[in-house]
Design a protein around this ligand. Structure first.
Ligand code: HEC
Length: 123
């Protein structure tokens, strides 16, 4: 075996390792960047009026969904935003169903939208 073979091999391995680290870092950056650049723009409500939402919730929903959103006669809503879309939550509040009364006539569209945005943010 020639004298230069082992040092040469080690150098080549180091170079490959450095290149692999370099490329794996490069791979990560753009995907992380895209993730931050697209924060579900259309779904995010401009502002969630938590105070108004809580007031509406307390007088209309608390009896069935609990004072801590823990549920009761109705299901828990503490993480409802994780499994339901804004549209689904809105529909459920407006139309009711499955034992829940519709709130279309009781609450204004704005009130329903306020509670919807508030609940949709519960993940
Ligand atoms: C009379 C009791 C009652 C009241 C009052 C009530 N709900 Fe419900 N709610 C229910 C029941 C029962 C369900 C389950 C419906 C089903 O499984 O289809 C439900 C389901 C829901 C869901 C869907 C949750 C899921 O995981 O499927 C949302 C969101 C919701 N209610 C929000 C509200 C809001 C907001 C109010 C007040 C404006 C309210 N509810 C008032 C009984 C009620």
């Amino acid at each position: 075996m020639k004298k230069w073979f082992m040092p040469g091999l080690i150098t080549a391995c180091c170079l490959i390792a450095v290149l692999m680290v370099f490329f794996s870092l490069q791979d990560k950056e753009p995907s992380g960047g895209t993730h931050e650049a697209a924060p579900s723009a259309p779904a995010a409500p401009a502002t969630v009026d938590a105070e108004a939402a809580t007031a509406i919730y307390k007088s209309n929903c608390l009896s069935c969904h609990g004072d801590q959103l823990q549920g009761g006669m109705g299901p828990a809503l503490a993480k409802v935003g994780a499994d339901m879309s804004d549209a689904d939550i809105h529909k459920q509040i407006a139309n009711g169903g499955g034992g829940m009364p519709p709130f279309k006539g009781t609450l204004t569209d704005e009130e329903i939208a306020t509670v919807t945005a508030w609940l949709a943010a519960k993940k």
